[in-house]
Design a binder for this molecule. Structure first.
Ligand SMILES: [Zn+2]
Length: 143
């Protein structure tokens, strides 16, 4: 099982239903490998996109498959009904300003510390991510 699959299986469980089952996570994954695949915001967004729409974009309102991306808000707008949705809508990532790459890294770190984690725990951990694990992650780039 590839590393990407492990992470994405894990993230899938954080999806719209917010499953509360404990999740087992493979230990011993190298941080280097992790950052190679999920080190940038764009990589994390791509990973979430694949999880959310494995067959390609589907409008949650009308089921249409074509969309455009609103550059500033990074939201997806359906070409048919103009409903807007985001990658993080309905997930634990939705109500946070924390960059996705920080979330991903937090997930990685947390799951390396314990055998498993529930989404509830992760949700709680979200607030402490910066102070507990990453006081100044990667020296915040702006723009
Ligand atoms: Zn639509």
């Amino acid at each position: 099982m590839g590393f990407g699959i492990v992470v994405e299986n894990f993230l899938r469980t954080l999806g719209p239903t917010m499953a509360k089952n404990p999740i087992q996570f493979q230990s011993g994954l190298s941080l280097t490998k992790f950052l190679e695949h999920y080190g940038t915001e764009q990589q994390c967004r791509d990973a979430l996109f694949r999880l959310r729409w494995p067959e390609g974009f589907v409008c949650p309102e009308c089921g249409n498959g074509t969309y455009c991306v609103i550059t500033r808000s990074k939201r997806f707008q359906c070409n048919r009904c103009h409903h807007q949705t985001s990658l993080t809508a309905g997930t634990v990532f939705e109500r946070t300003r924390t960059p996705l790459r920080v979330w991903f890294l937090a997930i990685y770190l947390i799951t390396q510390r314990k055998q498993g984690i529930s989404t509830l725990q992760l949700s709680r951990a979200g607030h402490g991510v910066r102070s507990c694990f990453l006081p100044r992650p990667f020296g915040e780039r702006s723009g």
